[in-house]
Design a protein. Structure first.
Length: 377
């Protein structure tokens, strides 16, 4: 990536030589070019929000920015890219969306996330630190920036306009208004589960911003809850890609002796899962972990893995994440252990499971979804 601050070699995380997707795009370089051309002073506190693979933070590392991300994978990519560029540890402060934000922000750079709710939450959290002299610039591809995106900046920070598009990227230019009266942030958001979905019926779900289907139970999870394995007893269960934790919590409610490990690469998701679990007073034991799937979980230490794999990485459709989840499950399952998967029927997960496990059984299906089980031999 070539910028006014130099040329940088960047990669995604985990680094896969077969992956042809770049660790930056035109919106990153557009923002950096804008800062240089406008001579934006970078001597104050710079905060970079949603830097997907560390491109912005790496380019601006000499100015010691603070990076805020919801993604463990993005944070690890940033750490690796900074090291590759010779940046000293600690020069860029890496925070998560669950950490307290800086008390003052002089330059706020926002890579627009896919989730409008996550953007809303982060703008609310950072607004008290923004002052009338703060330079606020958002960036994203044209397809990622909508009227609702601009309205959030306008409602929470101040008057907002957009730039002309360049290479299908656009900038959001906001002038902070400290006198603005803001509504209260709606996050985190809680709701009661509907009836007819097993032991979780009527229980509470807590969602931090950015977690999938934050205001309702999505139809895929509802279908999964209706077909979860019975009588798991005291076995060790993993809710892999746990989201708000409703699946693992349902299992724990039905099987108080289970030990449930909730895992997700989203800091917001794991915080939601822990809040959901605690809100329902589940008596069993649980662990909550942010990470790259099952990396770090001991081989042969798990009895059942439950997962609803994502099939996209930001705007790119890919089965790489699902494949890593399946291979991680096979490594960590004990002999006879089970992987339960829900997915859209058209994704053909049964083919991947047969290749990896040598078997795949259809537990339930409807025109849209299938629940599959694979057993480690």
């Amino acid at each position: 990536m070539t910028t006014p601050w130099g040329t940088f070699e960047l990669s995604r995380f985990p680094d896969d030589p077969r992956d042809r997707l770049r660790a930056w795009d035109a919106s990153d370089t557009y923002l950096l070019r804008h800062l240089a051309e406008r001579g934006v002073a970078l001597s104050g506190r710079i905060v970079v929000v949603g830097d997907r693979w560390g491109a912005l933070s790496t380019a601006l590392a000499e100015h010691r920015p603070v990076q805020i991300t919801d993604s463990f994978l993005s944070q690890e990519a940033s750490r690796a890219n900074l090291a590759r560029s010779g940046v000293q540890p600690g020069a860029v402060r890496l925070l998560t969306t669950q950490d307290p934000p800086p008390e003052r922000v002089d330059v706020l750079l926002v890579r627009v996330p896919k989730s409008l709710a996550l953007l809303e939450d982060q703008l609310f959290r950072l607004a008290p630190a923004v002052h009338s002299g703060t330079v606020v610039v958002g960036t994203g591809m044209v397809k990622e920036i909508h009227t609702s995106t601009l309205q959030l900046f306008e409602r929470i920070l101040g008057p907002t306009r957009t730039s002309l598009a360049e290479q299908k990227a656009r900038l959001i230019l906001c002038t902070p208004d400290p006198s603005l009266t803001r509504p209260a942030s709606p996050w985190p958001y809680s709701y009661a589960l509907p009836d007819g979905i097993g032991p979780a019926s009527g229980h509470t779900v807590v969602n931090h911003a950015g977690v999938f289907c934050a205001d309702r139970l999505d139809i895929g999870t509802r279908f999964f809850l209706q077909h979860l394995p019975d009588s798991l007893g005291s076995r060790r269960i993993v809710d892999l890609g746990c989201g708000n934790g409703v699946v693992g919590t349902a299992v724990a409610l039905a099987n108080p002796e289970t030990e449930v490990l909730f895992v997700d690469e989203s800091f917001q998701a794991v915080a939601s899962a822990e809040a959901t679990y605690k809100a329902n007073g589940v008596p069993g034991h649980a662990e909550f972990r942010v990470g790259d799937g099952l990396a770090g979980v001991a081989a042969g230490s798990v009895d059942v893995v439950l997962t609803n794999p994502p099939f996209h990485s930001h705007q790119a459709l890919t089965d790489a994440t699902a494949w890593r989840m399946f291979t991680g499950a096979r490594r960590t399952l004990r002999p006879g252990g089970e992987l339960w998967v829900i997915g859209n029927r058209h994704l053909g997960y049964h083919v991947k499971l047969r290749r990896l496990f040598g078997n795949s059984r259809l537990i339930a299906g409807d025109p849209k979804f299938v629940v599959l089980k694979a057993v480690k031999k």
